[in-house]
Design a protein around this ligand. Structure first.
Ligand code: GLP
Length: 266
């Protein structure tokens, strides 16, 4: 696993956006051989999305042959609610780029049969050959997508009850009112994310420092579901300096030195 440390949120966003751009261009996607990407919501990826939109507008990157699958969606809020993950993705990314609407998948939290919706989602991912690159964010409790502490590390797309900590964290999007935050969500599982051929996790801010330390310095642990990235053959965490606050100084130095050597090699 690689840990890439950048000064701040902008540095992290720039690194990941450039990385994704190069991966898509290098892949050279076609309608028969699309680039399949997994995407998160939340405040963390907004800087990445802004840059991807800019690359598209500059004519540097096209999403015509990109298929996306979002990580999660709340249950029972209208699709066009400003805080639905569907709205978030359209407003922050999809409507600004040339992705085909039928290729931009977001779970339907209003489907009549939610279990069937989850199963269908897994089938759709499999039908396009699996996910090439999954970009994820985490909650302060180390959850990836909505795989709250205690989730099975072999979980697949399913319905989840949100942890109270997550409801509090996400209440900022609902006028600070915890009662307005949906209590259920549909989410890809930890195994759905880890099945991707490459996984990148974006972690910024001091409030996520403990989760980063648990993930990097301690073992695989279902109470910090992002730690599953330890088993991934091609996993990378990109974080800012604030998120390293709970890491040992020697851990930070170690990963920075690895990056220096890596840069020398390329
Ligand atoms: C929610 C989402 C996660 C996301 C997390 C972090 O809980 N389900 O997928 O990673 O928020 O949000 P933020 O980036 O706003 O900290």
């Amino acid at each position: 696993m690689r840990l890439v440390i950048r000064e701040d949120y902008d540095g992290v966003s720039e690194y990941i956006a450039q990385y994704i751009k190069h991966r898509i261009i290098e892949f050279n996607p076609t309608p028969e051989h699309p680039f399949v990407i997994g995407l998160p919501t939340g405040s963390s990826p907004i800087g990445v999305y802004k840059r991807l939109v800019q690359y598209y507008k500059n004519g540097e990157l096209s999403f015509k042959n990109v298929i996306s699958f979002n990580m999660d969606e709340y249950v029972s809020i209208p699709r066009d609610h400003p805080e639905s993950y569907h709205s978030f993705m359209w407003n922050n990314l999809f409507k600004h780029i040339d992705i085909l609407p039928e290729n931009a998948h977001v779970l339907d939290g209003n489907a009549p049969d939610l279990e069937h919706e989850c199963q269908k989602y897994e089938e759709k991912i499999a039908a396009v050959g699996g996910i090439e690159l999954f970009l994820g964010g985490i909650g302060p409790d180390g959850h990836i997508a909505f795989n709250e502490p205690g989730s099975s590390l072999s979980s697949r797309t399913r319905i989840k009850t949100l942890a109270y900590e997550t409801i509090i964290a996400n209440s900022r999007f609902f006028g600070g009112d915890v009662n307005k935050v949906p209590k259920l969500a549909l989410t890809v599982g930890v195994a759905t994310v880890m099945d991707a051929r490459e996984v990148i996790v974006l972690i910024t801010g001091a409030h996520k420092a403990l989760a980063l330390a648990k993930c990097i310095e301690e073992g695989l642990n279902h109470m910090w579901t992002v730690s599953a990235i330890q088993l991934h053959p091609r996993g990378m965490i990109v974080c800012d300096e604030d998120a390293t606050l709970e890491l040992h100084v020697k851990t930070v130095r170690y990963f920075k030195s690895i990056e220096k050597v890596h840069e020398l090699l390329i």
